[in-house]
Write a protein that binds this ligand. Structure first.
Ligand SMILES: *Cc1c(COP(=O)(O)O)cnc(C)c1O
Length: 401
């Protein structure tokens, strides 16, 4: 076995089952392994690397800021945080933002905001606030957040979970309406379920949820950690349905593929529940993260990532659907968030990923049934064509063998 893999297995917790490849370098859509072999990255670190690996403008922003001032904590002001959050609010239309690091932390922040809003603004009795999420959701791995999950493996062995959490069927607005009570603080939803298997709800679902939430004075909070930042062909996926939620959670690509940067954004009325000392993060909003994330937002807008994702995603999905293979159950997606659901009686999604890896395409299965194709948004049509040839050949090889 590769000694690096052996060493990692010895010293790192086994909470992942990585594909057997050791990556040492990246540039744009490509990464290289320790043998010098090049791969097209169709995984993009679960969409965190939308800008491609080591984007020169982002590396420059990172190194310049790292040499000037990196971390001060929010015990003080820095000259980098406000311009970043101002830009973020400008492009999303929200009033205020709370910066964190990982996605799960920003989701926790949203849940805390929703609960406190329920008590202080909506008038829910103490300790009664409820959060509603969806079956099949993925919002991260903290205890409260896996308490919302319907995935047995994410929960087993980690209970007890905080009360006041419930779930409804995804894509079913009537189920949401039926679950709402006077104690409901918020409905937390992904516009498209990424980890759930690239599950796209019916057109108009989110708009209907928004109407229901407004009717019952429930906050609509969209988790756009994976779908935001242009991934699905719009800056934020909720705008496909013309929806302006009460709050949104961002992460992943917000850090430009270089750092962990996340944020919860909301209307003033919601964000104002936070008083000094209520909530915090040592690293959240640090000058280094702020400088990189601001540049990541600027690059995304200037290089028209949303238009690229829309156009190239349509092309990619269209060509995937033309592949005639008995192994494919469905190809679906929006923008460059694409899933290929395989017939697991014939082939496991994992085996397909391993075979694709042999041919220089990196991806990862989700839920044993879906192979995800979410390349950096800087990918070209030519590179997509090359990938499609490899995908087609790989499927072909499984069919004949
Ligand atoms: C990845 C992801 C998260 C969790 O983000 P982390 O940075 O891994 O904590 C939450 N929600 C969605 C929709 C995600 O895709």
């Amino acid at each position: 076995m590769n000694p690096t893999i052996q060493l990692e297995q010895r010293y790192c917790a086994h909470n992942y089952a990585p594909l057997p490849v050791v990556l040492v370098r990246g540039e744009g859509v490509y990464v290289w392994d320790d043998q010098g072999k090049r791969y097209l990255d169709m995984m993009s670190a679960y969409s965190a690397v939308s800008h491609g690996h080591c984007h020169p403008r982002l590396v420059r922003a990172l190194s310049e800021q790292a040499a000037r001032l990196a971390v001060v904590s929010r015990a003080f002001y820095s000259d980098r945080l406000a311009p970043f959050l101002q830009r973020l609010c400008d492009i999303t239309g929200f009033d205020m933002a709370l910066p964190m690091n990982s996605g799960a932390e920003a989701v926790e922040t949203a849940l805390k905001a929703a609960r406190k809003w329920a008590y202080t603004v909506k008038g829910v009795a103490p300790e009664r606030a409820e959060i509603i999420a969806c079956d099949g959701n993925f919002h991260g791995r903290t205890i409260a957040v896996v308490g919302l999950s319907s995935e047995p493996q994410y929960r087993e062995g980690f209970g007890p979970f905080p009360p006041g959490m419930k779930r409804v069927a995804y894509g079913d607005a009537a189920a949401l309406e039926a679950a709402i009570t006077p104690d409901t603080a918020a409905f937390l939803v992904e516009p498209i379920q990424g980890e759930g298997g690239i599950v796209i709800p019916p057109v108009g679902y989110l708009a209907e949820c928004a109407r229901i939430c407004k009717k019952y004075n429930v906050l609509l909070i969209c988790d756009e950690i994976q779908t935001g930042m242009a991934r699905t062909g719009a800056l934020f996926a909720c705008s496909h349905d013309g929806v302006k939620p009460d709050g949104v959670v961002l992460g992943k690509a917000l850090g430009g593929g270089l750092l962990a940067v996340s944020a919860f954004l909301a209307r003033r009325e919601v964000m104002e529940v936070f008083q000094p000392g209520d909530h915090g993060s040592t690293f959240g909003g640090n000058p280094l993260a702020s400088a990189v994330a601001l540049e990541a937002v600027n690059v995304m807008l200037e290089d028209r990532y949303a238009e690229r994702a829309a156009e190239l995603g349509d092309y990619f999905l269209g060509r995937l659907r033309e592949i005639n293979s008995p192994l494919i159950r469905e190809a679906r997606g929006k923008g460059l968030l694409i899933g290929l659901e395989v017939d697991t009686v014939r082939v496991s999604a994992r085996a397909l990923c391993e075979a694709l890896m042999q041919r220089g395409i990196l991806s990862k299965e989700t839920h044993h049934t879906v192979v995800r194709f979410a390349p950096p948004l800087v990918i070209t049509r030519q590179q997509i064509d090359n990938a499609l040839d490899q995908i087609q050949d790989t499927l072909q090889a499984f069919t004949v063998s």
